[in-house]
Write a protein that binds this ligand. Sequence first.
Ligand code: NI
Length: 183
Amino acid sequence: MIYPVVIYGHPVLRKKAVEIDPETFEPEPLISDMFETMYRASGVGLAAPQIGKSIRLYVIDASPLAEDHPEMQDFKRVFINPEIVEHGENMISIEEGCLSVPNIHEDVKRYESLTMRYLNEHFEEKEEQFEGFKAIVVQHEYDHLDGIMFTDKVAPLRKRLLRAKLAAISKGKVKTDYKIITA
Ligand code: NI
């Protein structure tokens, strides 16, 4: 099933998502549906709040970027209850976008490397280090679980320039080729 994507301005994107209880959580068909929804919208990451579910889960498949970024070749993961265990001091910025903020791309500063602990789709505990572009993608998705949008983190001057565009998106003035839910 393909879900509509919740768009900037909707309150569910600003909530702190709740931990998943592995005892009661039914991963399927939700996880498959999230991948399907993400592929349909040509995204490389999708967090549960973006389909209106305020739980600590996101999926990533960045393999479509492998042509330009070979390290993304097998970068397909499910993250349940992720935690940032540690991070380096270095910051890097890459131009980001988000299925919930259509047609906006901005540079955002993030840690160049970090270690995350999370459960995968089989509820196995994983600890994994991410660097560079991979680190950027996991931090972007992780932020969604805390109600943070990438546009919150752009430099102040750029943010001022973005204000009108974001206000328009919040009012539902937005065009996408995938189904959406606006506020
Ligand atoms: Ni996003």
